[in-house]
Design a protein around this ligand. Structure first.
Ligand SMILES: C[S@@+](CC[C@H](N)C(=O)[O-])C[C@H]1O[C@@H](n2cnc3c(N)ncnc32)[C@H](O)[C@@H]1O
Length: 234
């Protein structure tokens, strides 16, 4: 069993029983998910956004960051449930051990930790295998630092699950966000994140996104769901 402590992580069980990790290297010892429930938060913030995007045939998904792999498993599960949707998934992660452990899981040898992630999300038992199939078709990849995101306007669904501004303000600066929305995202795209900072809202609006009001997960006032080039009511 992986000893997360060796890698400066600590496992935390959230209130819906699902596991997450606390990053002991981060300045404020940030946990990857809301303590109210890692799986429930994932479904609420990112699951609904993915459903909305797949109904409009948005395929290019960026997941920032990989973390425990909740969003990756969710994409695989939705792909299995929706045969007409074939997503292309690009994840970003700076901690090598998280990339390696998740890779081991999709190669068919998951640590119990990842099995519990999958069970908590109630995804199809073939979700790991599906990610491997996507990878072999060239439909799944993992990049490192999101600051180096591809400036190719390809992203149609951005699952922006970076650590908070307190831990890494570079990913939330007005300059970075405006470059991300103008150079990383497609004209028809959506952005989903648990966060809702003033800088984020301003950058989205000035880049032509429509902000759809969405309350935050369990007691958080707001979260962000924004769309561009697509009518929300359609
Ligand atoms: C809130 S967690 C993501 C949780 C993940 N979405 C999940 O479902 O488990 C944030 C993740 O972003 C990673 N990260 C931090 N800075 C990053 C950067 N500059 N580029 C890519 N990933 C980064 C962290 O190592 C951490 O795994």
């Amino acid at each position: 069993m992986v000893d997360w402590r060796i890698y400066d992580f600590e496992e935390v069980i959230t209130e819906d029983g699902s596991p997450t990790l606390r990053d002991l290297r981060s300045s404020n010892l940030e946990t990857m998910h809301h303590r109210g429930g890692a799986a429930s938060e994932t479904l609420y913030i990112y699951g609904n956004a993915l459903q909305w995007g797949l109904q409009r045939q948005l395929r290019q998904v960026w997941s920032v960051g990989l973390g425990c792999g909740y969003n990756e498993l969710l994409v695989a599960d939705l792909s299995l449930k929706n045969s007409s949707w074939s997503p292309k998934l690009l994840s970003f992660e700076v901690r090598e051990v998280l990339i390696q452990q998740f890779q081991k899981a999709i190669l068919g040898n998951p640590e119990p930790f990842y099995q519990r992630v999958a069970e908590s999300l109630k995804v199809n038992s073939r979700a790991f295998e599906e990610l491997l199939k996507m990878e072999s078709r060239g439909d799944r990849g993992v990049n490192g630092d999101f600051l180096q995101f591809p400036r190719n306007g390809a992203c149609e669904i951005l699952l922006f699950d970076a650590f908070s501004v307190k831990t890494d303000e570079r990913l939330w600066s007005p300059e970075f966000l405006s470059e991300l929305f103008s150079k990383g995202m497609s004209e028809k795209s959506l952005v989903a994140t648990y966060a809702c900072t003033g800088n984020l809202k301003r950058a989205l609006k000035s880049s032509g996104f429509q902000l759809i009001p969405k309350s935050g997960f369990q007691g958080r006032r707001e979260s962000t769901f924004a769309v561009r080039g697509l009518s929300f009511s359609s």
